[in-house]
Design a protein around this ligand. Structure first.
Ligand code: F6P
Length: 511
């Protein structure tokens, strides 16, 4: 089975409505429940035979073997010669690091509990970017469904001064804890924001020792930056930045929402880990999700995937997944250096129902549209049951509408009174047959969020294996960083370098 075979196979796949008619057991086979998370893949345009072919592709690509190597802690991040052990942070796999992880979890829990008890701080400013920001921000929003942050949590990520200004606006430095999070402790944005906040603290005579913590896999650099060694929480190079919310990177979550909630988040992810590790491929939620993603990308030729949470408190999900998926699998070179062909689609999206009033037109009637992952929460956490019922109704209606569409004959019948039917009918026709997955969470609990994030992590892993890329490096972010340093020194008055006319003009416009 090759990727070209997928393309020719997909052209022969029946329409979604025919698939439901042909396959009476379709929903049973294509819907899975793992703990509080249900995935319904039945509205994906993939037949039972297609799925068999995809499963045999997974076998050919040795997904089970790679999965075993992941959990065993083998150095599967080959270009950096590192193991990939974010599951060990949740207590699954990586026995060799289990003691270190347990010690780290105990330190976080004790520290967070004591700090909360002390009542010394009203606010936390979490400084970090990319994987040192997106996971904590996504989870903090989601935790808000069931808990209240105390101390309150603020994030500074972008090097744009607006980011740090917004984060500290109105805060009392004497009652503020700053947590600088950077795996490398070499990231320009984070260091600059940390320096600005340190100056803000100094102006109020607050000592960094009492107010600034750091989380890093490079404690030496954190110390060189001026962080007190006792204030550093370290983690390990086998935790990828975009997989790091489970490590001390989540310290601000543990302090703001309590170590118990943070523990439940990790336990939820662990349940998904065990499912991924133990379930046969055919009933394995992350594996099926990965195979369907490959089918949509390489078979049906979709360029993007929309992720639409019908849950405001998951509104950062698409942004989080943009890094998780596109930094992991947005690659053209395979792990053996050969061309990988077509890989990761563009990930995008926004919260429902807002998206319905913006880009859903394109999803329903654009030339090709995109597959959608709908995410819904079955419990109302806002004490507004009428709103919640309407929210869910919209979510379920959209997936049905994408699938069923509205044919031209029906449009003509419904608009028989119009004398411009020939031009109007095609404009009011919905092609339908557009695929989606619906994920439902029983409630927006920390456990359920852990399941959800771990599901996508493992999906990304399986897709990387099948596409033959290393999902755990990110060389593509380096070039721009290096050039930015050069251009910054030129903007600050250094010697003008050798640039193309466009870039030179842009630099001159600032100088
Ligand atoms: O965007 C590149 C990247 O290296 C990400 O992989 C990482 O999550 C982010 O920058 C932040 O890096 P750090 O945690 O080292 O500051």
């Amino acid at each position: 089975m090759t990727f070209d075979d997928l393309t020719s196979r997909a052209t022969a796949t029946p329409d979604l409505t025919a698939l439901f008619a042909n396959e009476p057991d379709r929903l049973d086979r294509m819907a899975l429940q793992v703990g509080p998370l249900r995935a319904d893949f039945s509205k994906q345009r993939v037949s039972a035979e297609d799925l068999d072919a995809l499963l045999s592709l997974a076998e050919t690509r040795d997904v089970a073997g790679w999965r075993a190597r992941l959990f065993a802690g083998e150095p599967i991040n080959s270009s950096e010669n590192r193991a990939v052990l974010h599951t060990a942070l949740r207590g699954v796999g990586g026995e060799a690091v289990a003691d270190d992880v347990a010690a780290m979890r105990a330190r976080i829990a004790t520290f967070a509990a004591e700090l909360r008890q002390s009542g010394c701080f009203d606010d936390i400013v979490h400084i970090g970017i990319g994987g040192s920001d997106l996971g904590p921000r996504l989870v903090a929003d989601a935790f808000d469904a069931t808990a209240k942050a105390a101390p309150r949590l603020h994030f500074a990520n972008n090097v744009d001064g607006a980011s740090v200004n917004d984060a500290i606006a109105g805060l009392n430095p004497k009652r503020t804890l700053v947590i600088v999070v950077s795996k490398s402790f070499g990231t320009q944005e984070t260091k600059m924001n940390a320096e600005s906040v340190r100056a803000w603290l100094a102006a109020a005579n607050c000592s960094p020792k009492d107010h600034v913590l750091a989380v890093s896999a490079n404690p030496d650099r954190a110390i060189a930056f001026g962080i007190d060694p006792d204030n550093i929480f370290d983690f390990w190079d086998w935790v990828g930045g975009r997989y790091s919310v489970w490590s001390a990177v989540g310290l601000s979550l543990a302090i703001a929402y309590g170590p118990e909630l943070f523990g439940e988040l990790l336990d939820g992810a662990a349940q998904m880990d065990r499912h991924f590790r133990d379930a046969p491929l055919v009933r394995n939620m992350p594996v099926l999700m990965a195979l369907i993603g490959i089918w949509n990308r390489n078979g049906h030729g979709y360029d993007s995937l929309a992720v639409i949470p019908y849950a405001r408190r998951l509104r950062k999900l698409a942004a989080f997944l943009q890094q998780l998926e596109m930094e992991s699998n947005g690659k053209s070179a395979g792990r053996d250096g050969t061309g990988a062909g077509v890989t990761c689609p563009v990930i995008w999206g926004d919260e429902g129902t807002n998206g319905q009033h913006a880009f859903f037109q394109w999803l329903h009637q654009g030339p090709k549209g995109a597959p959608v992952d709908f995410v819904a929460v079955l419990t109302d956490h806002e004490n507004r049951p009428d709103h919640h019922r309407a929210l869910l109704a919209n979510c379920f209606a959209q997936s049905e509408a994408l699938m069923l569409g509205k044919d031209e004959a029906t449009v003509r019948r419904d608009n028989a009174e119009r004398d411009d039917l020939d031009s109007l009918a095609p404009q009011k026709t919905f092609p339908g047959n557009r695929p989606s997955t619906t994920l439902t969470l029983d409630a927006l609990t920390p456990t359920a969020i852990g399941h959800l994030i771990a599901l996508y992590e493992h999906k990304v892993f399986v897709q990387g294996v099948i596409w033959g890329v290393n999902s755990f490096d990110q060389w593509g972010v380096e070039l721009g960083k290096v050039l930015a340093d050069t251009i910054l020194s030129e903007i600050e008055g250094g010697k003008t370098g050798d640039h193309d006319p466009s870039t030179s003009a842009l630099i001159s416009s600032v100088r």
